[in-house]
Design a binder for this molecule. Structure first.
Ligand code: ADP
Length: 162
């Protein structure tokens, strides 16, 4: 049997311990996870694509079964280029379900080979999102237990420049 690879697409603005939890769980099922950051010119990010990717490169340094990549445009086209059709997504709460369900069916309607696997994080991360991290940080709250150290550092740099 060939190596099983899955693609984990997202914004990762920035990477949180919730994303890491999903990646580690994914690696119990797959030999390799490609974490691919979305480059969407229509969307405003706090971190640039390069910064979002650099954070992930640093966090997963030396992990041969984790690859960091990016994509622009349709996920289905990216999957075709990679010749990999398994997508991993995280499900936190009911609120994630509707949009995730829609996206999974949309991707499959583009290419019937695309299969989406949903993983549920540890309960301690099930209310965590990149958006929440940014908000808490902005108002001076403590985020150390929510993100890898490098994210805490990069947020500090980002906000001290503003
Ligand atoms: P997107 O903008 O596509 O939602 P994110 O970077 O926020 O990108 O998330 C990428 C994926 O990771 C999504 O499937 C999202 O549901 C999941 N995810 C994000 N945070 C968590 C978390 N704390 N626990 C589980 N899954 C999560």
């Amino acid at each position: 049997m060939g190596k099983r690879t899955a693609i984990y697409p997202g914004s990762y603005d920035p990477l949180t311990n919730g994303h890491i939890d999903i990646i580690e769980r994914g690696l119990d099922l797959f030999d390799k996870i490609i974490v691919t950051a979305l480059k969407n010119p229509g969307k405003t990010y706090l971190f640039t694509l390069e910064e979002r990717m650099a954070i992930m490169e640093e966090t997963f340094k030396g992990r041969e079964n984790i690859e960091i990549d990016y994509f622009e445009g349709l996920l289905a086209d990216y999957l075709e280029r990679k010749n990999t059709f398994t997508v991993v997504r995280g499900l936190r709460a009911i609120s994630d379900f509707e949009i995730e369900f829609q996206m999974a069916l949309m991707n499959r309607s583009i290419n019937d080979k695309i299969e989406t696997i949903f993983l549920v994080p540890s309960i301690s991360y099930s209310f965590l999102s990149s958006k929440l991290v940014k908000e808490i940080y902005k108002f001076g709250g403590e985020i150390k237990s929510m993100v890898p150290d490098i994210v805490d550092k990069k947020l500090k740099e980002k906000y001290s420049k503003k």
